[in-house]
Design a protein around this ligand. Structure first.
Ligand SMILES: Cc1cc2nc3c(=O)[nH]c(=O)nc-3n(C[C@H](O)[C@H](O)[C@H](O)COP(=O)(O)O)c2cc1C
Length: 260
């Protein structure tokens, strides 16, 4: 595990306007060419510009037969009738990130692109992969404090926030990278929605997070517990404020996992 300080609220200074706010339950306890790239990514256009190494561009596409987290059937036209993802790398990069007001070295800053999205872009620039962004059906607030409050409520309720976009067909992938911020010393609950919504058994799972002070916070251990039939590797934890300086650590981690 990289990082791994689960005592975030006990041992470290809290964000000034979020007292107690980063507390939360831990553990996911219940839980290019078209010829080369099928881009599952349907998310924000700003990030799309940074994800070009994984594809020739953001081509909104959902896999055949995919269904949304809300259980609605999704009928999509697929250029790949088998519904199996095409991609020489057989690697899928999944991430969740939130732009807007966020923690920044004890203060606040408004991010146009979330830190995890930036990290996902750095990864996508370096490896062969398809990309899927988890989008919340009920988007999180732009403001920091209400987001912290909502996350705390969701964690307390062991909620499974719905995902807006159809889940990807992961059957064609050997390796799935899963990225998120650390929220309340764990992954946001919507990551539980995701991992329970797709079948990751038999696959290699590579968790990565961005954080303010907590490090990995045991997120990779949580995935290991929740996904006993997957090979969950030690995760990569990158401080959100310094995400663009993380390329050496990132490349080491990708090499360790034979993706570079
Ligand atoms: C709701 C919420 C809870 C957070 N909880 C933690 C935490 O427990 N530990 C920590 O180090 N950072 C915490 N942070 C800071 C984020 O993990 C960090 O800023 C991250 O890089 C944000 O990534 P994003 O921009 O992709 O969402 C929290 C931020 C938010 C909005």
């Amino acid at each position: 595990m990289v990082g791994g300080n689960r005592q975030y609220t006990d041992s470290l200074t809290l964000p000034p306007r979020g007292e107690g706010a980063l507390n939360g339950s831990m553990g996911l306890n219940n839980t290019t060419k078209l010829t080369r790239r099928i881009v599952l990514y349907t998310g924000i256009s700003a990030l799309a510009l940074t994800l070009t190494a994984c594809s020739t561009g953001p081509q909104p596409r959902t896999p055949a037969g995919a269904s949304s987290a809300s259980g609605e059937a999704t009928t999509v036209e697929s250029p790949n009738p088998s519904g199996t993802a095409i991609g020489a790398g057989r690697t899928l990069l999944v991430y969740f990130s939130r732009a807007g007001e966020n923690y920044y070295y004890g203060d606040r800053r408004t991010l146009e692109v979330g830190n995890t999205a930036v990290l996902a872009g750095l990864i996508a620039d370096r490896i062969d992969c398809d990309v899927y962004e988890i989008e919340a059906a009920d988007p999180y607030p732009e403001a920091y404090d209400p987001t912290v409050e909502r996350n705390r409520d969701e964690a307390d309720a062991d909620a499974r926030p719905a995902i807006a976009n159809p889940l990807p067909d992961v059957s064609g992938y050997d390796t799935v990278l899963i990225g998120s911020p650390v929220w309340g010393s764990r992954a946001p609950m919507i990551l539980s929605t995701f991992i329970e919504g797709v079948d990751l058994s038999g696959k290699t799972v590579l968790p990565f997070v961005t954080y303010a002070v907590s490090g990995m916070s045991g997120v990779d251990e949580d995935y290991r517990d929740a996904l006993p039939d997957s090979d969950v590797r030690d995760g990569l934890a990158v401080q959100g404020e310094a995400v663009t300086d993380a390329t050496a650590d990132l490349e080491d981690w990708l090499r360790t996992n034979a993706l570079l």
